[in-house]
Structures are given as C-alpha cells and as structure tokens.
Design a protein around this ligand. Structure first.
Ligand code: FCB
Length: 449
C-alpha cells in the first residue's frame, strides 16, 4: 500500500476573525455585520472568539502537542490595516512573533491573507479594493516572506460572492446577483495582484483556496445531468478555470450575461491574464458534494436535492462523502497537471461535549478524519500531486453566521472561559501524523460509507 510522500504537510487551520477576538484591531466588515439584528445565530460576534490574540502561545503549544507539521492561520486584514490603507506595525510584530513560534514548534506556516475579515471601509463590490489588497499583501509579505513559504491569497471566492454579496448571509450583507458576480471577479483579481506581490519574494508559493463541491446528477436523466454541469460551472469552474489559466468558462459567461441581462463589462481586457498563470498550487476546501436536479429556467436552473436514502451525515446535516474527495483530487490533477494540490480545509460539525471524565469522545470525527485521510492517500496512489492535508479546524470557534454552536475543532473550546481541551480526535490525529499518515487501529469505530 502506497503511503504519503516525504514532506507531506499534516496540519489544521483557523482564521483570524474566528479565533482572535477584537483586542487591538480595526473594525472589520464582520463587526459591522454582526450588529445587524438576526444576522448571527445566537447573536454572537467575534469580539472575543477564542481569545487567540492574547492566548496565542497556548495555541502554538497545541500545535506542538498534536505534532502538526503545518498550521494554517490568517493574518487579520482588519488588524494589519485598521483603516484599510496603512499597516499597523504592532500587528505585524504580533504575526512575526507568532510565525517564529510556529516554526520553532516544528510547524510550517500556511498563511491566508483574506479569510473574510476585511477592514470595514472596504468592499469587494469596488474594483479599487484590488489595490488595497495588494498593499496589504505587500505589508505582510515584507515582514514574513523570508520565513513563510505557503501563502493563500483568497479563501473561498465563491462563498464570498454567494453569501456576502448574493444572499446577504455573510458580511457585508449585500443581496444582489449582479454585485455578487462583480465582487467575485474582484476577488479573483485580488488573487492575481497578491500573487504578483508575493512572487517578488523568492521561494514563496501563492495559491487561492477554493470551496469545491463535486456536483453529481440526482438521476441519469439528461435534465439532471445538465443541472449538475450548470451547478459545477456556477460553484467550481467559474473560479477554477480563470485561476488556473483557462479564463472564464464560455458556458457560464453566457449564462451570467443572460441572467443579468447585460454583458460582463466589469471583466476588462487583460483581466483574465492578470488572474491566471499565477498559482503555484491550488488549495481545496472540501466538505461535501452536491446532488443536483433540474429546476425551472432562470438564473439557477438547478437545485440541490441532496443524496437520497440513508447516508452518513455530520451534525449539520452535510453528507459525509470521502470518496468524492478522492475523485475530486484525482480529477483536478488530471485536468491541471503541474499544479500541486493541497487540502486546505476538510472537517465536520460533531457537537460532542466533554463527558463526566472531562474528555471529549468525538468518535464520529475520528472516523471522518480517518476516512478522508484515506481518500487523500488513494488520490496520491492514483497519481495526484497532493502536498498536504489541513483539517478544519484546530479548535472550536466562531462559525460566522452560525455563531458558536457548530463545533469543528480537534480541540474543544469552552466558550465561557476560553479553556482548551484536546478531543479524542486531536489525539487520534497526533498518532496518525506520528505514523506518517497510517491510520491507528481503533476497533470500536465503524467506517462511514
Ligand atoms: C469554510 C470557511 C471556514 C469555516 C468552514 C467551516 O467555508 O473557510 O472559515 O467556516 O467553512
């Protein structure tokens, strides 16, 4: 049985707004959004989160305790550039100390520049934000490019456009389809601009992390198969293709022009060239797949019907489908040979709380982790060039509009006290990493389909 390549990165991820707390930073679009009545389940916000800005040494100690060889974190855009234009040296000092501590703990930093907490003065609806993002990238790279190799420019452009600008369910809370398509384009231009900044620093690797959802037709009918292709275009190809140098896919471009009733004039000459050909790797955030059926004509002639029958699901109801991750990685490596892949997020909500012994026996997360790592191994065996697996998340945190309810962590966080407790899954992951990716035997655990 083939195992993981030498130097494969085993890690976990977090992001600034979800864990740091507001101490010392500028106002973020998420601070503003969280004040909207009803915007966040339970009415929470990121003002305290996991208090990681103050407790960061504990977080690094956890990284070390688990033996992670990589840690994905984001520099808070609203912390580094409180007013959106000028860097705060104190914030950069913090991230410099943090990065040094990670390296000392034996973990490769994987640094995300935009994990959604942009300064409140900026919006992706405006093209000028691309320049502001490049200025921010320059400020961070100027300090850290000598010790950080892996840089993620943008986290999940589709989710930013969809939830932030199309449905208004995430900051900045805009609900307008045309604005969403335009904002998505600016996010991609931001990737290109930041990658150019990074490439002035030798040895850096720049990539975006895309939320990729394999789209399967619900039935074999021609209509459902077309729905799956359309949904794949909307969710995946619209971002993948331009990033990896193929430009916007013609079918989706025509689709948006029809849906919006006008040409995409915000895509200017030269834009696609400024987005493509700049990715040293592709980050893949994988959670679940979409099972699609045809819907009536309109901007979205497809709908998610989910898998039928009794399938394994997380506590958030998402189907657990590790085989889709394997197929996704294999498919991407065939379509984009020469572009290394990294699983930059993968995880699930399992709400297990500490029991009478003070421990968190999250056996379903263990099975989830084991089965997804096995899927990655199979992809590697099939020839996919995968460089790392970063579980989401190191710890329970502020899950955006869902507040503090969903728990994604390998480490439990008591949100009243901030106390951290390594869950059984965290310990399991530590053993798996120590064994070079070989799954420790846990006889009581049933594999998920
Ligand atoms: C992704 C986000 C991450 C977290 C996970 C559950 O969409 O990048 O911050 O919310 O989902």
């Amino acid at each position: 049985m083939m195992s993981f390549p030498q130097g494969f990165l085993w890690g976990a991820g977090t992001s600034a707004y979800q864990i740091e707390g507001h101490y010392g930073r500028g106002e973020s679009v998420w601070d503003v959004f969280c004040r909207r009545p009803g915007a966040v389940e339970g009415g929470g916000d990121g003002s305290r989160a996991c208090d990681s800005f103050l407790r960061w040494r504990e977080d690094v100690a956890l990284v070390k305790e688990l033996g992670l060889t990589a840690y994905r974190f984001s520099t808070g855009w609203s912390r580094v550039m409180p007013d959106g234009a000028h860097p705060d040296p104190k914030a950069l000092d913090h991230y410099e100390r943090f990065t040094d501590a990670l390296l000392e703990a034996g973990a490769e930093p994987v640094l995300t520049l935009n994990h959604w907490d942009m300064p409140a003065s900026l919006t992706w609806a405006e093209r000028s934000t691309v320049d502001a993002f490049a200025t921010y990238a320059e400020a961070v790279a100027g300090r850290l490019a000598d010790r950080v190799t892996w840089w993620i420019t943008q986290n999940e452009p589709w989710i930013i456009a969809l939830l932030g600008y199309q449905l208004g369910l995430h900051a900045p809370g805009v609900a307008d389809l045309g604005t969403a398509v335009q904002a998505g384009h600016h996010v991609l231009l931001g990737h290109g601009a930041a990658a150019d900044v990074l490439h002035a620093y030798p040895g850096t690797k720049a990539g975006a992390a895309l939320s990729l959802f394999p789209c399967d037709p619900a039935t074999d009918s021609e209509e459902d198969r077309a729905a799956a292709v359309g949904s794949d275009g909307y969710v995946n190809r619209w971002y993948l293709d331009p990033l990896l140098g193929d430009g916007y896919p013609a079918d989706m471009r025509a689709h948006w022009e029809r849906a919006l009733g006008h040409g995409l004039d915000f895509v200017r000459d030269g834009d696609e060239a400024a987005i493509g050909g700049r990715s040293d790797f592709l980050g893949i955030n994988y959670y679940t797949r979409r099972v699609m059926a045809a819907a009536p004509p309109g901007p979205f002639p497809w709908r998610v019907v989910g898998p039928s029958g009794d399938v394994a699901r997380t506590d958030e109801g998402w189907e657990i489908s590790p085989g889709s991750l394997r197929d996704l990685l294999v498919g991407l490596s065939r379509r984009f040979p020469g572009t290394p892949l990294m699983v930059t997020e993968n995880g699930g909500v399992f709400g297990d709380a500490p029991t009478h012994d003070g421990q968190v026996h999250d056996t379903r997360r263990i099975a989830f982790l084991r089965d997804h790592v096995e899927a990655v191994r199979q992809a590697v065996e099939a020839g996919a060039d995968v460089r790392g697996y970063l579980h989401w998340s190191l710890m329970d945190n502020f899950e955006w509009a869902l507040g503090y309810r969903p728990r994604f962590g390998l480490v439990h966080v008591d949100h009243a006290t901030g106390a951290r407790t390594v869950k059984d899954s965290g310990r399991y992951y530590a053993r798996l990493i120590a064994a070079g990716g070989a799954a420790p035997a846990l006889p009581r655990i049933e594999a998920f389909g």
